[in-house]
Design a protein around this ligand. Structure first.
Ligand code: GAR
Length: 191
């Protein structure tokens, strides 16, 4: 069964790209209805446009206003799942109530989650704490940062010679693999 996705992204969009690639290679039976960003300069928006995917830039700043704005915008789409792919704002109550929303986070939650814990900040914290294992978490989104029900986790080994950049590169590979696998399961209706 094909699933209709909306992807929220604030930055580079390599996670979005992995979804686009999986769809284009017929590895994932899905359609990206819309890519949404709070950042008009996000490279994710360029990536979407390149593949003819509709985009939307959020104009509000406050969480409740974003919630109202996006609730109206998303009404006209038939959405099975919203994927947060490097989206750095909270999701408000109206969207949480109406949609199934998942987020990919670059650590083994509950470790290294919460406000300000995103992207390279996470990997710096993991390296500073001399962790031997890090990883990725895919979870449902609720009203608290990085606290929703965990769907799946994958571990990644932290080597002595790793720094935040090298760890980030490894984690991102594991993250994309995990996300695509879970999306495949969603599309086969097993989640
Ligand atoms: C991803 O690693 C994602 O896990 C992380 O941001 C990166 C986005 O990369 N998200 C968070 O840290 C959320 N707390 P991308 O823009 O290249 O897809």
């Amino acid at each position: 069964m094909s699933i209709n996705l909306v992807v929220f992204a604030s930055g580079n969009g390599s996670t979005l790209q992995a979804i686009i690639d999986a769809i284009n290679m017929n590895k994932l039976d899905a359609k990206i209805e819309l890519v949404v960003s709070n950042n008009k300069n996000a490279y994710a928006i360029e990536r979407a446009k390149k593949f003819g995917i509709c985009t939307y830039i959020i104009s509000s700043k406050k969480i409740d206003e974003i919630d109202d704005e996006m609730f109206e915008v998303l009404k006209k789409y038939n959405i099975d799942l919203i994927v947060l792919a490097g989206y750095l704002k909270m999701i408000g109550p109206k969207l949480l109530k109406k949609y199934r929303i998942i987020n990919t986070h670059p650590s083994l939650l509950p470790k290294y989650g919460g406000k300000g814990m995103h992207g390279v900040n996470v990997h710096k914290a993991v390296i500073d704490a001399k962790e031997k294992i890090s990883g990725v978490t895919l979870h449902f989104v609720n009203s608290e940062y990085d606290k929703g029900e965990i769907i799946r986790q994958t571990t990644v080994e932290v080597l002595k010679e790793d720094n935040a950049e090298s760890l980030s590169a490894k984690v991102q590979i594991a993250e994309k693999k995990q996300l695509i696998e879970v999306l495949q399961e969603f599309s086969k209706n097993r989640i």
